[in-house]
Design a protein around this ligand. Structure first.
Ligand SMILES: [Zn+2]
Length: 103
């Protein structure tokens, strides 16, 4: 299956130029409980609908960015380069974004 995805730098491209790196997750607190750590490492929401995801433009500019995509239709609603998060900074639930995952 193919669809178009808009890189914030390069514009709209075929999705095969990108690497999907999973749902945007939230880092657990500095001293997580076993349950918080297990949830962070192993479980994803896997929603049928709009979800925020990490993407990497591997065949282009090499930018990590976040896309909001409807998983039912592969419609990409928007893409953005999130602001860097600062260790120890508190962020509200709507804007908190963890660092991009390691390749
Ligand atoms: Zn790009």
């Amino acid at each position: 299956m193919s669809f178009l995805l808009e890189c914030p730098h390069c514009g709209e491209r075929d999705v095969n130029e990108f690497r999907y790196q999973g749902e945007v997750t939230r880092r657990p607190p500095a001293r997580p409980t076993l349950r918080e750590l297990t949830d962070y490492v192993y479980f994803r929401d896997n929603v049928a609908g709009v979800q925020r995801e990490w993407w990497y433009h591997r065949a282009g500019c090499g930018t990590w960015f976040v896309a909001e995509r409807d998983t039912r239709t592969n419609t990409v609603l928007r893409t953005e380069i999130p602001a860097p998060s600062r260790p120890g900074a508190s962020a509200d639930a709507e804007t908190a974004v963890a660092e991009p995952p390691a390749l």
